[in-house]
Design a protein around this ligand. Sequence first.
Ligand SMILES: Nc1ncnc2c1ncn2[C@@H]1O[C@H](COP(=O)(O)OP(=O)(O)OP(=O)(O)O)[C@@H](O)[C@H]1O
Ligand SMILES: [Mg+2]
Length: 361
Amino acid sequence: MAEVVFKDVYKYFDDTLVVDNFSFQVNDKEFVVIVGPSGCGKSTTLRMVAGLESITSGDILIGNRVVNDVSPKNRDIAMVFQNYALYPHMDVYRNMAFGLKLQKIPQDEIDRRVARAADILGIEPLLRRKPKQLSGGQRQRVAVGRAIVREPSVFLFDEPLSNLDAKLRVQMRAEIKKLHDRLRTTMMYVTHDQVEAMTMGDRIVILKDGVLQQAGTPMDVYRYPENMFVAGFIGSPSMNMIQAYVSNGQLVTGNTSIPIEGFFEKTFNLDDVSECIVGIRPEDFFIPTSTDNQTPAFDATIELIETTGAEVLIHCSLNTMSMVIRAMPDSYIPDANSIKVGFNPARMHLFDGKSEMTLRR
Ligand SMILES: Nc1ncnc2c1ncn2[C@@H]1O[C@H](COP(=O)(O)OP(=O)(O)OP(=O)(O)O)[C@@H](O)[C@H]1O
Ligand SMILES: [Mg+2]
């Protein structure tokens, strides 16, 4: 069993607080992704698990054992970094075997482990090559292989794919996911890329300025973001945020009013709210047919239409706010500057304008 437990963990660099009261449990065999913008404390959090960074206060446990004062090599973890740091003068086999030799593991056991890792990663033909004779993706695999042969109880990955081009990154992220399915070992994976987080994590942890914003399954945080930061960070293009206020039982934005009675009052807590932010994802907008005057709609002005092939992004403005609508390539787009933009109220998000927290009950 190798859960990783954080209990009230703080980390200061001198006077600067970079991890602020972090408490979380990575369950045994779980794949948890830590995601957030640059500088939010992701690497520091992972490096504290690895023992490469001290903890200012709090506890970190790996498999029920407090590891605060345990040296990195005795933590039963293996870490893969962004720059793979392969030994340039050693071939692939020796790169993978080196750490095991230091641990005085018997040669036949080393051979067995390297052969298994090479098989899992499909790099048997490369075992006699030096790192400089490998592509970026192959070096990446060797770095992962070096972690696999240690047979750790926890794998730690810090942006291992960021040196790869976009296509290879998509391929390798699927491979790491498959690796997890195969090894069934606890994994913690750090990235700033929300797509990577969404596609790989059993659960994802969203950090901002060293503070945990939300943790949950990818679909949970996507459907039910607890605050505007998470709502805007997860999903691409980002959720549209539209200012509104509550007046006479109506939610008013620009010249659109949506009656609160019925659905909204059950779903959202609007009791003490005057100003709020309506959040609507690009895919939750649609262009109503001319006969549909039931659905709530905004009057918007088309600014730009982008076609990617699989979808069309319609950039619009609504008063001074801009919004993006995601539509199918064959959907009807009126040949006019101003359009009505409908949305499904059940897919609407609502945030307190001041606290930026969700108003969902
Ligand atoms: N050794 C250090 N001394 C002082 N400050 C540091 C040190 N290491 C990191 N920091 C600061 O701590 C904060 C968190 O850094 P960290 O590397 O954990 O961020 P990150 O989320 O991994 O960012 P990125 O996505 O850019 O890798 C940053 O503000 C960084 O400048
Ligand atoms: Mg980092």
